[in-house]
Design a protein around this ligand. Sequence first.
Ligand SMILES: [Zn+2]
Length: 363
Amino acid sequence: MLSTSARGLRGADVRGQEELFVKKQTPPKSFTVECDASSEGVGAILTQENHPIAYFSKGFSPSNRLKSAYERELLALVLAVQKWHHYLMGYHFFVKTDHYTLKFLMEQRVTTTEQQRLLLKLMPYDFSIIHRKGSENKGADALSRRPQMLSITLPRCLDVTEIQLALNSDPYTSQLIYKLQQDHNSCPGYFFVDQLLYYKGRLVVPNVQGLRDKVLFEAHATPIAGHGGFLKTLKRVSAQFFWPNLKKDVRLFVQQCLTCQRQKYDTLSPAVCSHMDTILVVVDRLSKYAHFIALSHPFTAKSVALLFCKEVVHLHGFSRSIVSDRDTVFLSHFWQELFRLSHTKLNMSTSYHPQTDGQTESW
Ligand SMILES: [Zn+2]
């Protein structure tokens, strides 16, 4: 038999083991991912009980920069979660974002293939999204706007010294520079730094030596730009550059682009008026001579009859008989009456048997 003290010791030992077991089973403290996306890049912080553990910051590719704010925020979340995959997989964690609509990520209807692709990447993870104000999401926000990302990147074809020299050749920019040198506040929005002229943070391109055309070419006609439309090109150019009437120049450049004129479907549509959407085909049974008459919806029996008289009857006179399909226009009383008066016999073709009026169906 064990003494009372020995029993007490064994009991304490068992309790200790239980406590140890319970401690081992305690889930780890949950992680929180704070993420934010700017137009330039993504920033994220991994925290545990408000203690920062890791930081993440990455610039967007040119194509990602053009995405909507929602898709950029979603991309920021995906990139952050994938970055800390080894911490987050298998545990429930929280995501803090200042983009309110992202809160309903799992409940909303996926509308684009891009969103579908990004959502699929988040499927293996267990997380809850918490919205918080932009003013409280400063850490991730600052990381998404690192100064390195905001540095001016010039197209390869543009040389900074080329722009610096050209600034003095353009009367508009040289005058601005002269004014700014006299007084910094003389031209609101403009500032002159390192021999370069800026307007609201955008580089001013002088109107000399085709510099503006080079910028436009880079933003529209290179393989990266991919001959985007007017708005895409304008967005690309105005993100970094500025000059008076920039919008007008971009519109003109895109309109005059030969590649766009050859490839875009807008310019491949028929040259006829866009409201003409139907063709009335009239074929002479003997000679196979055909008339193609443009019609626009909605047309009536009267309008078709008038057009028929104008285009066909005045050239060939009333025909002895006409074969037509069973369109309501041709079946209408007006049409039948018209041909009764002109002593024309109206023959209806049989439905689903185009061989009756094979002349017109083949057209
Ligand atoms: Zn083009």
